[in-house]
Design a protein around this ligand. Structure first.
Ligand code: ADP
Ligand code: F6P
Length: 479
């Protein structure tokens, strides 16, 4: 395979293999924030993306997407269980999300995680041209920066964590905490969604590795590792253009007609994940119906929950609980032809998501913890006329930026109920002021600005590293 000057390494390729109704294998864009974000910037940049294609067994050769080359990494069934479903999504994922679900510590998973991380590092080493920049993504691949540095010391290595990086007292629970921290700090630049994460890492590096560190740089193993916050975003122009398409406008009109032209529509769009606070919002909505403060004759909720990590036990349990609760709410409060909640456990294409965003009077985003939450930003981008209300958990990274949302603590169900009512009853002028401020923010801070900021900072660390040996030589000559 030809080599590239920019290589992205992420657990998933931006495509998933999917069996079409006629049995043929087809590829479609993967759901999830990481693929959405990077797909937008890499469509038109010459680069190679190293990642898993979503299936098991030998990896198929894949055609380029525009200027983007795809380098698939194969996983066996056992590796899928130990690395992806096990260590990444049953140990790290819950622990990094405030342990809202109990993390599982299974000693067997660690070896598999290391083996798979080594395979990703080898694939990246193979496709990176001399001196290339390699940008590694997320908690699945936390050992890759160090492994890659050992294989290819000539590379400029960046790492970005899309999920929260936990406070030291939680990270310290990890049996392999030293290896995980050292692995990540093999990068030249480690980026996070929020400044607090860089602070947590600096503290841990001092405690576990004896490193000297501040919130923007850590001196470890004789190297300087830069750290910082780079809040990820969306392709605002793409969402705006999509929302203006005749198909989307028609779909939105049809949806409004189907939902009830005079009804106020509450919408939630999540991967079906226990971090998203779906149960908390169902409780709040159900209590509002019970108390008669919201009525099905004038309000309806749409909950889109795209299937996710379906073989992981905690996700299966969540799906069962949500489906029971939706059934109970519809059974108790719905009327013939008028359900209280429309529940859609299926993927949507981007145009249909844009139509849903346009139909929603109130977008309800209530994660218990979330690195960023791109759905909140997509909703804002889709509201070109500055209508609509965003209810947003203060525990989503997006809350740092979208200060004009109706912010809420989802654990406080009474507070959540009041905030939902406040958003439903807000005056149009208030909504318009809030929405236009949020739109201005995301327009300025879109996905391209994010990539530029990160890659410029990475390049800067490279220049510093190249400059430092020369500086040292010069001062040695002077002395
Ligand atoms: P996460 O990364 O945890 O999945 P985000 O909110 O940051 O959460 O990103 C979710 C991404 O997945 C968004 O770009 C959203 O549009 C997309 N998405 C969410 N639900 C669906 C769905 N039902 N079908 C297709 N894409 C979806
Ligand atoms: O950042 C969160 C994340 O794990 C991303 O890596 C990915 O975009 C998303 O969640 C979806 O998860 P999965 O790849 O497990 O379906």
């Amino acid at each position: 395979m030809r080599q590239s000057s920019l290589v992205v390494v992420a657990n998933r390729l931006p495509l998933d293999d999917n069996v079409a109704p006629d049995g043929a294998c087809e590829w479609r864009r993967s759901p999830g924030g990481l693929a959405s974000a990077l797909h937008a910037i890499l469509e038109s940049t010459p680069a190679t993306w190293v990642g898993w294609g979503g299936g098991v067994g030998p990896a198929p050769a894949l055609a380029d997407i525009g200027t983007l080359r795809l380098r698939p990494v194969a996983l066996t069934e056992d590796e899928l269980r130990g690395y992806y479903e096990g260590f990444a999504n049953s140990t790290l994922w819950p622990l990094y999300h405030d342990a809202v679900e109990t993390p599982v510590f299974d000693r067997g998973w660690w070896e598999t995680y290391r083996t798979v991380n080594r395979r990703f590092a080898e694939a990246a080493a193979e496709v990176a041209e001399p001196g290339a920049a390699v940008w590694i993504q997320d908690y699945h691949l936390q050992l890759v920066p160090q492994l890659l540095r050992e294989l290819r010391p000539d590379l400029l290595i960046g790492f970005f964590m899309h999920v929260p990086f936990p406070p030291p007292e939680l990270f310290m629970q990890l049996p392999r905490r030293v290896e995980l921290l050292r692995g990540m700090l093999g990068a030249d630049l480690v980026g996070f969604q929020r400044p607090q994460a860089a602070h947590n890492v600096a503290q841990l590096a001092g405690k576990l590795l004896g490193a000297k560190g501040a919130d923007d740089a850590i001196l470890v193993d004789g190297r300087v590792v830069r750290t910082g916050a780079f809040p990820v975003s969306i392709d605002v122009t793409e969402m705006e253009a999509l929302s203006a398409r005749p198909y989307v406008l028609n779909q939105a009109r049809q949806l409004r007609h189907d939902l009830g032209p005079h009804k106020r529509v509450l919408l939630s769009v999540d991967r079906l994940d226990y971090t998203k606070g779906i149960e908390h919002r169902l409780t709040a909505y159900s209590e509002l119906l019970r108390d008669g403060r919201v009525k099905v004759r004038d309000t309806v909720m749409v909950q889109v929950a795209v299937p996710s990590r379906e073989r992981v036990e905690s996700y299966r349990g969540l799906k069962d609980r949500i489906e029971r609760e939706v059934g109970r709410i519809n059974g108790e409060y719905g009327r013939v032809g008028e359900p209280a909640i429309h529940y859609l456990n299926q993927p949507f294409d981007r145009a249909d998501l844009a139509a849903l965003y346009q139909t929603a009077d109130v977008m309800v985003v209530t994660p218990l913890r979330d690195g960023m939450n791109l759905v909140a930003k997509e909703y804002v981008a889709a509201r070109a006329d500055d209508t609509g209300a965003l209810v947003l958990s203060e525990f989503a990274g997006a809350a740092n930026e979208l200060e004009d949302a109706f912010q809420v603590n989802p654990h406080d169900v009474d507070g959540l109920k009041e905030t939902l009512l406040q958003a439903l009853d807000a005056a149009p002028a208030d909504l318009s002021r809030r929405m236009s401020a949020m739109r201005a923010h995301i327009t300025e801070n879109d996905i391209h600005a994010w990539a530029r900021a990160y890659l410029t900072a990475l390049d800067h660390t490279g220049q510093l590293a190249r400059h430092l040996p020369r500086q040292r030589e010069a001062s040695a000559r002077r002395s």
